[in-house]
Write a new protein. Structure first.
Length: 138
């Protein structure tokens, strides 16, 4: 006992020690994860970058921002205060749209997608009014 098949010193003890240390580390990390779950990160409330377009329509407008290849958009009501159904969507060419919709008193969004140097399509609506672009920012 304590020797392997070739007659050398045993490796079972070393293997058991490694398993014990690994199990202890795993247990400690699990306990720490449960004890300190970390800080909650809130969703962004505005777009970062410079404003590149303002798309206006009868009941509101959509602001489009760009920063480091990321395109971001938000829809705003023209007359805020009443809860109205609003939508905003950004789509980089070759990718699926990133939408947001809801009933809000002032604005909806931000929605953002990485576009790099691709063209993007932006849509937004407030109530019955809406705007939709073709491929822009190419």
């Amino acid at each position: 006992m304590g020797r392997d098949a070739r007659g050398g010193p045993g490796t079972r003890g070393a293997l058991r020690r490694r398993l014990a240390v690994g199990l202890a580390l795993l247990t400690a990390s699990g306990v720490l994860a449960l004890a300190a779950p970390g800080e909650a990160v809130a969703a962004p409330t505005r777009c970062e970058g410079r404003k590149v377009r303002t798309l206006t329509f009868s009941t509101g407008y959509v602001n489009v921002y760009k920063r480091n290849g990321t395109v971001c958009a938000m829809t705003f009501q023209r007359n805020p205060g009443r809860d109205r159904r609003m939508t905003v969507s950004v789509q980089a060419r070759g990718f699926v749209p990133v939408p947001a919709e809801g009933v809000r008193p002032r604005s909806i969004g931000p929605v953002q997608t990485y576009a790099g140097h691709r063209c993007v399509r932006v849509k937004g609506s407030v109530g019955r009014g809406s705007v939709s672009t073709g491929w822009i920012l190419c």
